[in-house]
Design a protein around this ligand. Structure first.
Ligand SMILES: *[C@@H]1O[C@H](CO)[C@@H](O)[C@H](O)[C@H]1NC(C)=O
Ligand SMILES: *[C@@H]1O[C@H](CO)[C@@H](O)[C@H](O)[C@H]1NC(C)=O
Ligand SMILES: *[C@@H]1O[C@H](CO)[C@@H](O)[C@H](O)[C@H]1NC(C)=O
Ligand SMILES: *[C@@H]1O[C@H](CO)[C@@H](O)[C@H](O)[C@H]1NC(C)=O
Ligand SMILES: *[C@@H]1O[C@H](CO)[C@@H](O)[C@H](O)[C@H]1NC(C)=O
Ligand SMILES: *[C@@H]1O[C@H](CO)[C@@H](O)[C@H](O)[C@H]1NC(C)=O
Ligand SMILES: *[C@@H]1O[C@H](CO)[C@@H](O)[C@H](O)[C@H]1NC(C)=O
Ligand SMILES: *[C@@H]1O[C@H](CO)[C@@H](O)[C@H](O)[C@H]1NC(C)=O
Length: 491
């Protein structure tokens, strides 16, 4: 599907010498195709579910739930009551206990039927599938006294919002393997409003908990569900290996839902995030690997990450971020077939002196911005530190960052790459870029302490820090200086 999409428009742009005149038309076609792809991917399941349940015949039975493990249970087998009021923590715990005994036989499946299942946080177990039927909603209890406190993450050394312990997540797991959370688009709802309100009133004394957090785990699949209204970050795989996230919807209010990042792969390797829709009150995705001296000491990078076929929106923050906590290093990340709309920052890398670590071998391709304030951002002065113990001489290295097939419209500043004398940004490249602007000023492709090159036609014209090559790879113009500073935060 995606192949058709890229081959249908990419050559088109190359074949047209007067693309400047026609890119808008080409862009519309491409946008349309992407929307069709997006529509099929995001709404396909819904169409299926209409077939299964029959909105047209109200009496039709619920879609039968597939048997994905040798043993399967129904939450009601353990006394669960889906009335939105009864607390189901004990039912979930008993179910997990039963499944933990089935591990040797290939694990167990817990089916959560349609209904509203209020619960306090609970832990998953090995070889477990949590299946959320259509209309199933797991509701997180609002009262924080039901949320366990846990030690800070070792690579943060700090709760993130407050010193000392932090709340655990609604659905949690540590040192697990073979975990599946899936369903017919059932929902896990953190009822975050109460938390956001308390956070804003500064009532909380510990860091808010994520909605789903798996730590030190491997072989994880999260698919075909909806996550909404997380108190804090929504889905947080921490120091995990082999994680697939596919076909999910993540929602939180675009305003007034602080720190509700969609997905935060943190010191993780071998991660695939695809075919999903994310619209939240902070970054849609933020790849991380620990904070300053704690992250450097923990030393676990995020690497081998593919992010593709996503539609994201973040009115107050960014579509896809790397950092700012990246002290364990971030490498080998591919972001492709991404549509970012009504967003403050499209794709962003952020760091600061004190972080240490590196961000390298990062490729963005087939990215479309639609009404984005700043399209591409690299920022090296994001000075937020866990405590005074950070080492200001621990300078991150940022190198080998490539952007190809970057398009869109309604963008105010397409590029702002703000390196510094301490943290120069190395080997940045651009190829095939045409971004429609809302602000006609000269220096909107902003750079400072950047080296790298552009290949072929780039609109708007690139900053002078970069070398210019033609499509055949011949040098056209050598950069004037890599240290030119042309950054303007006032536009
Ligand atoms: C899943 O549910 C969410 C929330 O209701 C909805 O926005 C989304 O379109 C649904 N996804 C699919 C694939 O049906
Ligand atoms: C679970 O049990 C309830 C109550 O007995 C029943 O209505 C529902 O169909 C069952 N669901 C599944 C998925 O087994
Ligand atoms: C889940 O497991 C972790 C680690 O063992 C523990 O600290 C936490 O209290 C458990 N959470 C719940 C709700 O039991
Ligand atoms: C990754 O996890 C999936 C799902 O559990 C599993 O099927 C696959 O074999 C794992 N891959 C590796 C390389 O272990
Ligand atoms: C998600 O749902 C789609 C459409 O129903 C299905 O084809 C796919 O196998 C499901 N994926 C997973 C990983 O459960
Ligand atoms: C980069 O990541 C991809 C996808 O995870 C993986 O297949 C590839 O082997 C990685 N490359 C390196 C050099 O680690
Ligand atoms: C730059 O990163 C790309 C992946 O984005 C990788 O294939 C390539 O080998 C890297 N180049 C260098 C010089 O490391
Ligand atoms: C540019 O800045 C770097 C430090 O980031 C310095 O080493 C180099 O000498 C500077 N070059 C010029 C031409 O000023």
């Amino acid at each position: 599907m995606v192949d058709t999409f890229s081959s249908s428009w990419r050559p088109q742009l190359h074949q047209r010498p007067r693309w400047l005149m026609s890119f808008l038309t080409a862009y519309r076609t491409q946008l349309l195709v992407l929307w069709v792809v997006g529509f099929v991917m995001v709404f396909g399941l819904q169409v299926n579910s209409i077939d299964g349940v029959g909105l047209f015949s109200m009496k039709a039975a619920a879609r039968p739930i597939p048997r994905l493990r040798p043993v399967a249970f129904n939450l009601t087998d353990f006394g669960g009551v889906g009335d939105g009021k009864t607390l189901n923590t004990a039912a979930f715990e008993r179910a997990v206990e039963a499944i933990s005994k089935a591990g040797a036989r290939g694990g167990g499946q817990l089916n959560v039927p349609a209904g509203r299942w209020l619960t306090a946080p609970f832990n998953l177990t090995n070889h477990m599938t949590l299946f959320l039927a259509e209309g199933a909603v797991i509701l997180g209890i609002e009262d924080e006294n039901h949320w366990p406190l846990m030690p800070p993450l070792p690579s943060y050394g700090y709760g993130r919002e407050h010193k000392g312990p932090r709340y655990g997540s609604l659905i949690h797991g540590q040192n697990l393997r073979d975990i599946v959370i899936t369903g017919y688009n059932g929902t896990i709802d953190g009822q975050g409003q109460a938390w956001w309100t308390k956070y804003k009133k500064k009532i909380l004394t510990n860091t808010r908990g994520p909605l789903v957090q798996l730590m030190w785990s491997k072989d994880v699949v999260i698919s075909n569900i909806t996550l909404r209204n997380s108190p804090f970050w929504t889905l947080h795989p921490y120091d995990c290996k082999n994680v697939t996230i596919s076909g999910i919807t993540i929602l939180a209010p675009v305003f007034g839902a602080p720190n509700t990042d969609g997905i935060d792969p943190d010191s993780c390797q071998d991660v695939l995030i695809e075919n999903s829709y994310i619209c939240v009150g902070d970054d849609a995705i933020a790849i991380k690997s620990g904070w300053d001296q704690y992250g450097i000491a923990y030393g676990r990078p995020s690497t081998n990450i593919i992010i593709r076929n996503l539609i994201v929106r973040s009115v107050v923050s960014a579509g896809i971020s790397i950092g700012s906590e990246m002290s364990g290093g971030v490498s080998n990340v591919t972001v492709e077939n991404l549509f970012v709309w009504e967003t403050r920052r499209g794709v962003r890398i952020k760091t600061a002196p004190g972080r240490g670590g590196y961000v390298r071998n990062i490729a963005y391709r087939n990215v479309i911005f639609e009404n984005v304030r700043v399209g591409i951002v690299i920022k090296t002065d994001y000075n937020e530190h866990p405590d005074e113990g950070f080492d200001p001489k621990a300078l991150p290295i940022i190198t080998n960052i490539s952007f190809s097939s970057i398009h869109g419209q309604g963008v105010r500043v397409p590029v702002r790459i703000h390196g510094s004398e301490d943290i120069p940004i190395k080997d940045v490249s651009f190829r095939d870029m045409s971004v429609g602007l809302t602000y006609k000023k000269k220096h909107i492709f902003q750079c400072s302490f950047v080296d790298g090159h552009v290949i072929g036609s780039i609109f708007p014209s690139p900053c002078q820090n970069l070398d210019l090559y033609d499509e055949q790879g011949n040098l056209v113009k050598r950069s004037v200086s890599q240290n030119i500073t042309d950054i303007d935060y006032d536009i």
